[in-house]
Design a protein around this ligand. Structure first.
Ligand SMILES: [Ca+2]
Ligand SMILES: [Ca+2]
Ligand SMILES: [Ca+2]
Ligand SMILES: [Ca+2]
Length: 629
């Protein structure tokens, strides 16, 4: 990728531009280390035209640990899927697969200016997750489609450690849910189904990150299988990078080989004109997210023992990336950006935004491991990413969520890893619905009033019908805060608004409240209509699980209050207003967790006392407010 793209995803902005180089330091500040990825073994599958030279010993240093060819390669596998075409190769000669791979995971810490840094010090080809391993599933060899068997292909990828697949490709851009979308909806839940190349009992989840397409700015132009319900579909916002002549580009206007000039890459709050727009033909919202996708730089496949200025593989022709005007044939100087070197090139398209989001997904996956939160389900990955977005306010954005242009907003890794408490529930058996009309409720206490409260519900739906509406099981999100009730996906601009009607179409629902929300927040998930086998391979036939992310809420788990006595938990009254009592428990409940549930005390008052956890790890002593309505 491109360090400018990384700094934007990290939310480090100055106005509409990245605030300055330092993405690797930012990653370190959020606790990310190479060793964690070595320990977890996470692989991001790159279903594309091949990474670098088509082997697990790439020529480009950026695909090795620490950018050092003397250390381990981070290419886990490289293989052809489907049927080889004439002159088939695993090498990414067209430039697309290599660019994708470097955007996800390229490493560059060089501090020597040209050819590894631009004039402002940003590294070319520094990926979003520069520690992760990459697996190459070649489905364009390098230009023609190999007609892969998706079940075989991704069952192999999973078997080799892939939990996220970056699929920067797609078909017709018309918003239609077709057989491919159906296949991917099934694979998200179980990527090793019976009959596949590497079958396994039960469900094995895979996160698929897919492009919206480049059919914008007309409405309803999402490409399949990005129209699938369970994948994460990514639109393109603007990166901020000049390709003008004085920056190493081919002309004063900074126009790239696809015709996009510098105005298409000058504002991190704008949506790229070409980015495909939702909704799908059945009214489902798309895309889910956006990431910077114009004038993005990444690596070029390298010959053995490249020069200091790099040396592209002889077959490299940049035929499936923009590069610079005049490029696109082997040996052309305009196949590269900046001019005068052969390590890097550039592209514009939702392919490159998708790769950035896939890199972000890799960081989220590892963050769960780092925090001891277990392995996130695809539904949780989607909920977490969509929950931590940044609302874009520029041209083609500044609209009401869920937006057909910006989805739920820009991937925001700063919020994703800001350490603010979140209430998380990930496909827990006790939460699974088996009947329409039932519901689950969760109560949280707002941790920091100066931050927003953001709640996202996501579920992996059963594959839909290719005729009519694709949506099946229907869950509803409802949130009560500050005495008001908000329904999922009822927004005005960036925030939820009261009123409206329950969303019957989307299998992600969000409620975003601005800073200033206080007290208890009640979240209710209702199974409005359970008509399908949402959890295949697990009885019963009709069921649905879900993932829930509630940002800036600390779980309030209240049960067995009768077990709490003054003996066990001596308390003192800290303050008392009309109806609120703040008590301190002298025993540290953080290290002695106790389950709580609401009770009716009837202690001479007839009132109900609710204990509110306002701490949840933020304070060595746990404080509880008592509200007597
Ligand atoms: Ca299976
Ligand atoms: Ca612009
Ligand atoms: Ca619903
Ligand atoms: Ca089931």
């Amino acid at each position: 990728m491109d360090e400018r793209q990384g700094v934007i995803l990290a939310g480090q902005l100055s106005g509409n531009a990245p605030a300055g180089p330092g993405y690797l330091a930012w990653l370190a500040s959020r606790g990310f280390r190479q060793q964690q990825f070595i320990t977890s073994g996470l692989v991001v599958d790159v279903a594309d035209s091949g990474i670098d030279n088509g082997t697990t010993i790439p020529g480009h240093a950026g695909l090795y640990v620490s950018g050092n060819t003397g250390l381990a390669s981070r290419v886990a596998y490289a293989r052809l899927e489907g049927t080889p075409n004439t002159s088939s190769t695993l090498a990414g000669c067209d430039g697309h697969g290599p660019l994708t791979g470097h955007i996800i995971g390229g490493y560059n810490d060089r501090a020597t200016g040209f050819p590894h840094q631009d004039s402002a010090g940003y590294r070319y080809g520094l990926g979003i997750a520069p520690f992760v391993r990459l697996g190459s599933s070649v489905i364009f060899d390098p230009v023609d489609w190999t007609m892969p068997d998706f079940e075989d292909m991704f069952s192999r990828a999973y078997s080799d450690g892939a939990r996220i697949s970056c699929d920067s490709w797609g078909g017709v851009e018309n918003g239609i849910y077709d057989a491919d979308a159906q296949t991917f909806d099934a694979l998200v839940r179980d990527v090793q189904p019976a009959g596949s190349a590497v079958p396994a009992a039960g469900n094995q989840g895979m996160v698929f990150v897919m492009p919206a397409g480049n059919g914008g700015s007309s409405a309803q132009t999402i490409s399949s299988p990005g129209t699938a319900k369970n994948v994460i579909t990514v639109g393109a916002a603007e990166n901020v990078r000049s390709l003008a002549s004085d920056q190493g580009g081919g002309n004063a206007a900074g126009t790239d080989g696809c015709g996009f000039g510098d105005p298409a890459a000058d504002n991190a709050n704008e949506i790229a004109v070409y980015s495909s727009r939702g909704p799908c033909t059945d009214g489902r919202g798309k895309p889910e997210l956006v990431a910077p996708g114009t004038h993005v730089t990444g690596g070029v496949p390298q010959a053995p023992t490249p020069l200091d200025t790099g040396m592209a593989l002889a077959c490299y022709d940049a035929s499936w990336i923009c590069a610079l005007p005049g490029g696109g044939s082997a040996g052309n100087v305009s196949n590269f950006f900046p001019l005068g070197q052969q390590w890097y090139s550039t592209g514009s398209g939702t392919s490159h935004a998708t790769a950035a989001a896939a890199g972000g997904a890799a960081l989220v996956w590892q963050y769960f491991a780092n925090r001891g939160w277990g392995v996130p389900s695809p539904a949780m990955m989607k909920a977490y990413l969509m929950n931590s977005t940044r609302y874009l306010t520029g041209t083609n954005a500044n609209d009401t969520l869920w937006s057909s242009a910006q989805g739920m907003g820009m991937v925001d890794l700063d919020r994703a890893f800001d350490g603010t408490p979140r209430l998380l529930r990930d496909q827990q058996g006790v939460d699974t619905f088996t009947n329409s009309g039932t519901s689950r409720s969760f109560t949280g206490a707002v941790c920091k009033a100066y931050l927003p409260v953001r709640i996202t519900l996501s579920w992996t739906d059963a594959p839909g019908s290719t005729a009519g509406n694709a949506y099946k099981n229907d869950l509803n999100l409802s949130v009560k805060a500050d005495g008001k009730t908000y329904l999922g996906n009822v927004f005005t601009g960036a925030f939820s608004t009261t009123g409206g009607v329950a969303d019957v179409r989307n299998n992600v629902e969000s409620v975003f409240l601005p800073p200033g929300t206080t007290g208890l927040v009640e979240i209710t998930v209702t199974a409005f209509n359970i008509n399908s086998d949402g959890v295949p391979n697990v009885p019963p036939t009709l069921d649905q699980d879900f993932a829930l992310v509630a940002y800036n809420l600390a779980a309030v788990n209240i049960s067995a209050i009768n077990k709490v006595s003054a003996t066990n938990y001596a308390t003192r009254l800290l303050s008392m207003t009309n109806t609120q009592y703040r008590l301190e428990f002298t025993r540290n409940l953080a290290t002695n967790p106790v389950l709580w549930t609401p009770i009716v005390t009837n202690a001479g008052t007839g009132g109900e006392i609710t204990l509110i956890d306002s701490g949840n790890g933020m304070d060595p002593k746990r404080y509880y407010r008592v509200v007597q309505p």
